[in-house]
Structure formats: C-alpha cells, structure tokens
Design a protein around this ligand. Structure first.
Ligand SMILES: Nc1ncnc2c1ncn2[C@@H]1O[C@H](COP(=O)(O)OP(=O)(O)O)[C@@H](O)[C@H]1O
Ligand SMILES: [Mg+2]
Length: 370
C-alpha cells in the first residue's frame, strides 16, 4: 500500500519492445521459422506475439493475447509488411490501430519509437531530416550536420516507420511518402553526390500508417499515395466475452503498473461492457432510447474503469461499484455535450425501470438521482 516505500517505475509508459522484452527474447530463441530480411522474428512468431499462443508454452511459458477480435486483420497486416507496400490501418477511434502498429514494430524490428504523430503542424523536415545550423555553417551540408528524422532513421536501420493519424497532415506532407514507398530511397539534394545524397532503405524498412475514420477521411489522401498502401480496417470488438476479458486484463494491468492494489471484479466488468453495448445500440432489454453520439470504444471503457478504481483506491472505498463507473462515464465518455448527458440520464432511467430487481444495475442507475 505505501507507495512511498516502493521503487519508482523506470518510465510512465514503456514502449512495447521494453514492456515485453523478456517475452520477445524467449520467442526469438524458440523461433524456428524463416525470417524475412531484416526481421527479428518470423511472421508466424510475430502473429503469436500479438494474438497469443492459445495456452501453449513457448520457451517455457504461454504467450498472452494482446489484440482481441481482429485475427485476420493482424495476419494480413504481417503479410503486407513482408512485401513492398505500406500498411494502412483505418477504423473508428479506440479500436487498437495504434496499439497494433506499436506491437508490429516491436516484434519485427524491436523499435516502436520511430513514429510521427500526424497533425497540421507536422513539416517535411520533422519526418525526413533537418540540419544542425551551427554545424551546417561551420562544415557545410555533410553527414555531421544532418539531423535524421524518423523516416531517415527507419530507412537507414531497416526498421518500421509508424505514421500515426496520417490524414491529419497536409496532403503535401503525406505525399512525401510516395517516392519513398515506390523507390525505397530518400534524396538529400543538399549533399554532395559522393557524400551520401541518396539514402537507400535497408531490408526490413516499411511504413505503418494509421487513420481515423472520424477525422478528415482517407478520401482526402491522394490516390497516388493510397495505391502504395494495403488498407486494413480494425473493427470494434463484437463479442461481449472479448470486451470483458480485454477490460479486466488491461485495467488490472494498469492498476498494478500504478502500484494500486484495487482490482476490477468480473461482475463489474461485465456490467460495464453491457452498458457500453446498450448505449451503442440505443436499446436495453428491448426498450429503445436515443443513443449518445460519442465514441464508445473499448478504450473508453478501459479509461472509465481505471478512473473509477483509482478513485476508490485513493478515497477510501473498498471496491469498485457500478455507481463509480456511471459517474466516470459522464466525464470520460459524455464529456461536455448537453444532449449526450440527457441521453445518458434517459438510459439510466430505462435501466432503473427494466432491471428493478437487480441490485448491481440499481446501484449503477442510482449514480444520478433525478
Ligand atoms: N481489439 C482490441 N484489442 C486489444 N486492445 C484493444 C482493442 N480495442 C481497444 N483496445 C484498447 O484500447 C486502447 C487504445 O487503443 P488505440 O490503439 O489507441 O486505438 P486507436 O489508435 O485505434 O484510436 C489500447 O491500448 C487497448 O488497451
Ligand atoms: Mg491511434
């Protein structure tokens, strides 16, 4: 309990290759499969790392599943990365596009940090390379003065470049990738011809981009760039069982990471995923209501349950109850939208009525007494 006596974790959040460093080493040792040039693991072992080993021990221990419910997408994504086309993961927010891209990079090239976060402010130089102006003035445009950006580093190491939320960048910036993806070389026109003015990508280099369907659409991408990517769509989890397992696993892992000993219980997790499902569908026990307009993904469910558990831990409640969840749903999911909070209250009224005999659901509905 006394957090003051425990050692501080090394970082607030570890990149996947560090978080799973021991597991990746085990998989690499056990890996009998053929590895594509520049890859740390065979495609089959990358799949096992991401989708788990189904209880089978590999190098002494089973591998836990990290992405739920999109097995075919994961498999095709791995295959795409072996070839000469980039991988574009699209989908609603919170469907684990970023997580999958991070896990792929960790497993394939042991580095998920070569990343660009797309936004209107991203300039070409921050992706390709820039210059150290003091050295540029002193010695001219040579390798010493060049400051490699993530694209330059990924190409020279034969690693994966992660381009997050690519459609938030200006089209001109996105289109920088066209010659890179087709010719696999980066021109550095400022440099002399014999001083490396043309960087050839090492084997293993490729690009994983993600794009959010709620943002400016992928239709805004140039068709030339689209042609250089294989598109895969990440879908929200359909099965309640998957949602529940993910919620329990992820929330309890985050709590342990924060050195908090409160845990989410299976029945409370089940209630939360059912509530999310009903809010998405706009129907509970056959009674229809107007669904809120916000995103209700697994990522939001995790955030709600985590916050509720933190509150219980620090403010002296012995365990997370449905009511705590409902309170955090207002701040985490509904946010400041008046219409959505009305819709949420309507839902609670429906719940109170149709589940009158169920104490857990009554506790949930009691979060707002109106
Ligand atoms: N299908 C899934 N499998 C595993 N984790 C998931 C899944 N869907 C959502 N998550 C959880 O949601 C979190 C946020 O997902 P993220 O990768 O940021 O989504 P996106 O980039 O699609 O918006 C993940 O870190 C993970 O904990
Ligand atoms: Mg993302």
């Amino acid at each position: 309990m006394s957090a003051t006596t425990q050692a501080l974790p090394p970082a607030q959040r570890l990149p996947a290759e560090q978080l799973y460093v021991a597991e990746l080493a085990r998989l690499s040792t056990a890996d009998q499969g053929e590895r594509p040039p520049g890859w740390r693991l065979s495609p089959a072992m990358v799949r096992t790392f991401i989708l788990g080993s189904n209880g089978q021990a590999i190098g002494g221990e089973p591998v836990l599943r990290k992405i739920f419910g999109n097995d075919e997408v994961v498999e095709r994504s791995i295959v795409t990365l072996v070839g000469q086309r980039g991988l574009m993961l699209v989908g609603e927010p919170g469907t684990a596009k970023s997580l999958l891209s991070e896990l792929l990079a960790a497993a394939i090239c042991a580095d998920s940090t070569l990343a660009v976060q797309g936004s209107a402010a991203v300039l070409e130089e921050s992706i390709r390379y820039g210059w150290n102006y003091a050295l540029l003035l002193r010695s001219g445009p040579g390798p010493e003065a060049l400051v490699p950006g993530p694209l330059h580093r990924a190409m020279s190491r034969g690693a994966l470049l992660r381009f997050e939320e690519i459609t938030r960048c200006a089209i001109e910036v996105q289109d920088n990738l066209i010659p890179i993806l087709s010719e696999r070389l980066l021109h550095i026109p400022e440099m002399q011809e014999n001083a490396g003015n043309c960087l050839l990508a090492k084997p293993g280099f490729n690009v994983i981009a993600t794009a959010n369907l709620r943002d400016r659409g992928v239709n805004d991408m140039s068709s030339a760039l689209k042609r250089r990517f294989n598109f895969e769509t990440m879908r929200p989890l359909a099965r309640l069982q998957d949602q529940k397992e993910l919620l329990l696993r992820e929330v309890n892992r985050q709590l342990a990471e924060q050195q908090i000993d409160t845990r989410l219980t299976a029945d409370v997790a089940e209630l939360l995923v059912s509530a999310f499902q009903e809010l998405r569908a706009g129907s509970a026990e056959g009674v229809a209501f107007e669904p809120p307009s916000t995103v209700l993904s697994s990522a939001e469910a995790i955030a709600v349950a985590f916050s509720a558990a933190v509150q219980c831990h620090y403010f002296g409640e012995p365990q997370v109850r449905p009511q705590h969840l409902a309170r955090f749903m207002v701040g985490t999911v509904i946010k400041d939208d008046e219409q959505d909070s009305r819709r949420f209250r309507d839902y609670l009224r429906v719940v109170r009525r149709v589940r009158a005999g169920n104490p857990q659901w009554q506790d949930f509905a009691d979060s707002q007494n109106d």
